[in-house]
Design a protein around this ligand. Structure first.
Ligand code: AMP
Ligand code: ZN
Length: 465
């Protein structure tokens, strides 16, 4: 696979540390509010990446954190903790807020066919790991204590700005809300590893630490959670482009200082979803959610299709007009696929060029729009319907648009009708004392893995589990 790597800013051949295995880490949501569809664009594209890697034969382990502490209003370590802000807004405890919005996040993911990562770890579960990492950084001289907080000393690194000449706007994101300078910092770029002194005394969640009662910085979460579950070598780290600086830059600084070697090989960043006013953000308050789209009558998978129609490395502008176009395209596509005749065996030889077309598209820096073109190539192709369905089923392992679902329920309803008819014939044969026919039908039903039960309410049946 060829993948664009933000580290180096080039397309590179993907070679994991261990042949055949991929360690993947995703920055999870900050669970103080619903995810907006911009956040979910990032999770959809990461889901496609994970599924394509699996499709290509890799054994993938994907880890994701849940940020339930430490993410302040500004990514530059200033302002109030976002979780506390959410708790105050809703007059709940931070943990209640975390639970509610974590569940809401996974419910949105389910609607969008985003697979659950193999490991999901809330930051509040890993305080010991954070304390350990911060202690090692202090011991190694990469960190210092000032004004009660522990800071990472960026001047100890030869190259802190690892992502190089990133877009000015992206670099500005990290400090956009910064209203005050932290005078404890030795260098402007230094960042907090552990807070004990916060301007906001009412911080709800605090833990004992060698540096006093406090709470972790946001960046240390991802480094420690990744090392805990993915080990010392990470193959792919994902996130939205706003995470590249300072969050991912700081993750690299502290992880590599802690480990003493290079940590993650490939950095996958998804560009933003914008609306007419610019970048969609949770803090703006008025934002688009999956539930809102549903309430307007859209199938969430139409939004998934909308995302797949464009490349993850291009900003995407949301409008209801473009979503309507995606809805029309989705309907037409599903109708064409539902009209295919599922009978017969697929011709795997005839399928090969189409599998190659799909592989070439996704394998080239995850070109999902060309992947969708491959679906249309199959529909137009001079191959049997069964082969078409086989191919579309294969592509849908990555696209996850439920492309063959209507076919499956059609097949199910054919099967149900057949079973009902056989049971009626068997009842009739028994009534006529035609035991030979009744037995033959019983055997046939058994072959079809149908379990028939005579109950006081009549005959009931189901397929064997
Ligand atoms: P958060 O819940 O704020 O920590 O963000 C969750 C994920 O969504 C992160 O990977 C962000 O980089 C990403 N993200 C935030 N805003 C957008 C946006 N407008 N479009 C795409 N991804 C975004
Ligand atoms: Zn992160």
């Amino acid at each position: 696979m060829i993948l664009y790597n933000s580290l180096g800013q080039t397309k590179q051949e993907f070679i994991p540390h261990t042949e055949g295995k991929v360690n993947m880490y995703t920055c999870g949501p900050t669970v103080y509010h619903y995810a907006h569809i911009g956040n979910l664009r990032t999770y959809i594209m990461e889901d496609v990446l994970e599924k394509y890697l699996r499709f290509a034969g890799y054994d993938v382990k994907r880890v994701m954190n849940i940020t339930d502490v430490g993410h302040l209003s500004s990514d530059a370590d200033t302002g109030e903790d976002k979780m506390l802000k959410g708790a105050k807004r809703e007059h709940k405890t931070v943990m209640e807020i975390a639970k509610f919005y974590t569940d809401a996040f996974f419910s949105d993911c389910k609607k969008l066919n985003i697979k659950m990562p193999d490991v999901v770890e809330p930051a509040t579960n890993c305080i010991d790991e954070f304390i350990h990492m911060v202690s090692v950084l202090l011991e190694k001289g990469y960190a210092y204590i000032a004004g009660g907080n522990v800071y990472f000393d960026t001047s100890k690194l030869d190259n802190y700005y690892v992502f190089g000449n990133m877009n000015e706007d992206d670099l500005a994101v990290g400090v956009r809300d910064s209203v005050e300078e932290d005078s404890n910092k030795r260098n402007k770029a230094d960042f907090v590893l552990w807070f004990t002194k916060s301007k906001f005394d009412s911080q709800e969640l605090k833990w004992e630490s060698p540096w006093g009662v406090g709470y972790p910085g946001w960046h240390i979460e991802c480094s420690a959670i990744s090392c805990k579950h993915n080990g010392e070598y990470l193959d792919i780290h994902c996130g939205g482009i706003d995470n590249a600086f300072p969050h991912h830059t700081n993750e690299i600084a502290q992880s590599e200082a802690y480990l003493g070697h290079k940590w993650c090989k490939y950095w996958f960043h998804v560009l933003h979803l914008n609306d007419a006013r610019g970048k969609m953000s949770k803090s703006k308050g008025d934002f688009l959610t999956v539930s809102l789209l549903e309430s307007k009558g859209y199938n969430p998978l139409v939004y998934r299709l909308f995302c797949l129609q464009s490349h993850y490395r291009k900003p995407l502008t949301f409008s209801y007009d473009s979503l309507d176009n995606a809805a029309i395209a989705y309907d037409k596509l599903i109708k064409r696929i539902s009209a295919l005749n599922p009978e017969g065996e697929p011709d795997t030889e005839a399928a090969k060029p189409y599998l190659k077309e799909f592989n070439d598209a996704l394998g080239n820096d995850l070109n999902t729009s060309l992947g969708l073109t491959a679906v249309y190539s199959v529909l137009k192709a001079d191959i049997s319907d069964a082969t078409k369905l086989y191919l579309i089923g294969e592509f849908d392992k990555v696209l996850s648009l439920d492309l063959t679902k209507a076919q499956e329920s059609k097949t199910d309803s054919f099967a149900n009708e057949e079973v009902e008819a056989l049971i009626a014939q068997r009842t009739e044969a028994r009534k006529n004392k035609d035991w030979a026919t009744a037995d033959a039908i019983r055997d046939k039903l058994k072959e079809m893995k149908v379990v028939v039960e005579d109950t006081k309410d009549g005959i009931k049946w189901h397929f064997e589990n």
